[in-house]
Write a protein that binds this ligand. Structure first.
Ligand SMILES: *[C@@H]1O[C@H](CO)[C@@H](O)[C@H](O)[C@H]1NC(C)=O
Ligand SMILES: *[C@@H]1O[C@H](CO)[C@@H](O)[C@H](O)[C@H]1NC(C)=O
Length: 467
């Protein structure tokens, strides 16, 4: 996840300044003590979890709500399998991203002469010969940029698109078999390539025959990076950093880091990275190890002279990767769901986006959204994690979202005129954390759902974002 806030020296300093001026009434720090950070005894409920592939919606077991009509589906998805975002020196892996052509994103939509303009393909070039003249020795080999959607990632979103088709087109007859009006669909991605490519892979198999006539080109909307709301935008909202810094400084989190410190130092040394840059989050370690595991690559080995000379160089192991996953699950549950300031944090990270989803539901109910039926939001783990956390997802549903994870928010109208929301996460109705069952998410009355979500929507984002 490219967007996690990393603690810099500068922000640590402002963190201290913030603590010094905190009012005595602010009891966040004391309440932290209620939270255990013993990872070894934590019940992650991770049976059946795999990071590399999501659970897909299942056509056979999918059942429409009885006596009700589907009105709107909002799909919030994570991009598919990607190359690592974090680089390490001496990388000897090879990644491919050019087996499946990307299509629509390289065309202008609504361009009448499009059939005459030819098509273009993005080709990443990593030269193998120019050690002498360039920096290619710093990167892996192959045809992928860092953080790029791989061919496997594109296939995951094609699978997801065809599952959605089998449910919403074939089984329910809810969406059009062939898209003749693009007003039926709204699509938005972050400005990052992998989410755009995921969206086009998904939409391309949801409507495989939609053709390429200009009137059914599907616009894919993107907010400029500076005002993006689909993940924690800490440049636009400095308070995100200061709240997270408070969490990091808490006794519990420090103890957790200390307990797991030897593993972190060992991996930093094997990776040959400056551990100081990655010291308050497992995010980078998670990325390096999992991206490789999902491709069956050898995990990184220590390339330092001493290690190479030894009989067997030190390498990261599958057990290390498993522990890093547990640490990462723990970290995100701690920060996003369970810490006393978790709601303050998630409000600033994902509250604006929740506001957008809510407005779309409201406007649909008010009959103001024309023939819109399907809205796709293609984002990141950092989009899904805070959404799941605000809904108080169960421990199992709070495990790090696998590639191509998918949340479906379905709006149904019952025959008595009332409306309910169903929330499906990776093919199952979302289960909630024990003791926090605020609604049955198989059929949650729309008013209950929206007023619950309201508490996470910032009322004055500009003011709340001041650090
Ligand atoms: C190009 O597309 C336009 C608009 O759809 C169509 O009228 C025209 O016949 C097409 N031209 C060719 C060469 O296919
Ligand atoms: C957290 O949110 C509560 C409730 O809105 C507020 O009173 C408190 O000041 C916030 N704390 C921080 C540190 O932002």
């Amino acid at each position: 996840m490219a967007f996690r806030v990393t603690l810099t020296v500068a922000s640590a300093v402002s963190m201290l300044a913030l603590l010094a001026t905190a009012s005595p009434a602010d009891t966040g720090a004391q309440k932290d003590n209620a939270y255990s950070t013993d990872v070894s005894s934590f019940n992650f409920d991770d049976a059946g979890y795999t990071y590399c592939n999501p659970g897909y919606p299942q056509t056979e077991s999918y059942a429409p709500l009885p006596d009700a009509q589907l009105q709107l589906v909002q799909a919030v998805v994570r991009h598919g399998d990607r190359t690592p975002v974090h680089q390490i020196p001496n990388d000897d892996t090879t990644w491919f991203c050019d087996g499946i052509e990307e299509d629509i994103y390289l065309h202008a939509a609504n361009q009448p002469e499009r059939n005459n303009t030819g098509s273009y393909q993005q080709v990443i070039e990593i030269p193998t010969w120019n050690k002498k003249y360039g920096f290619a020795y710093q990167l892996w080999k192959g045809t992928c940029d860092s953080g790029q959607l791989t061919d496997h990632g594109k296939l995951q979103h094609r699978t997801l698109g065809s599952k959605l088709r089998s449910i919403y087109v074939d089984k329910l007859g809810f969406l059009s078999d062939k898209l003749v009006r693009n007003s039926e669909v709204y699509a938005r991605t972050t400005y990052i390539w992998r989410t755009k490519n995921s969206a086009e892979s998904l939409l391309g198999s949801l409507w495989p025959d939609r053709g390429f006539t200009p009137d059914v080109a599907i616009p894919i909307h993107t907010y400029p990076q500076q005002i993006e709301t689909m993940y924690g935008n800490s440049d636009a909202c400095p308070a995100i950093k200061s709240i997270r810094n408070r969490m990091i400084k808490s006794d519990q989190f420090q103890k957790f880091l200390q307990d797991q410190g030897p593993l972190m130092s060992r991996l930093a040394s094997i990776f040959d990275i400056n551990g100081n840059d990655w010291k308050n989050t497992w995010d980078g370690y998670f990325d390096i190890l999992n991206a490789r595991e999902c491709h069956g690559f050898q995990l990184p080995c220590d390339h330092s002279a001493d290690s190479v000379k030894g009989s067997s160089p030190a390498c990261a192991t599958a057990q290390d990767a498993a522990q890093v996953r547990r640490n990462s699950h723990y970290e995100l549950m701690f920060e996003y769901r369970d810490h006393p300031l978790a709601q303050n944090l998630t409000q600033l990270i994902i509250g604006s986006f929740w506001g957008t989803l809510k407005e779309q539901i409201d406007s649909h109910i008010a009959g103001k959204s024309g023939d819109l039926k399907f809205a796709l939001y293609s984002g990141h783990d950092s989009t899904l994690i805070p959404m799941l956390a605000t809904m108080k997802a169960s421990n199992h549903n709070m495990l790090w979202p696998p590639y191509a994870s998918n949340i479906l928010l379905e709006l149904w109208k019952k025959s008595d005129g009332s409306r309910v929301i169903r929330v499906i996460y990776n093919g199952q109705v979302l289960k909630l954390q024990k003791g926090h069952e605020w609604c049955d998410l198989n059929a949650c009355p729309v008013d209950t759902f929206l007023s619950y979500i309201d508490q996470f929507i910032p009322t004055d984002i500009a003011m709340q974002c001041k650090a």
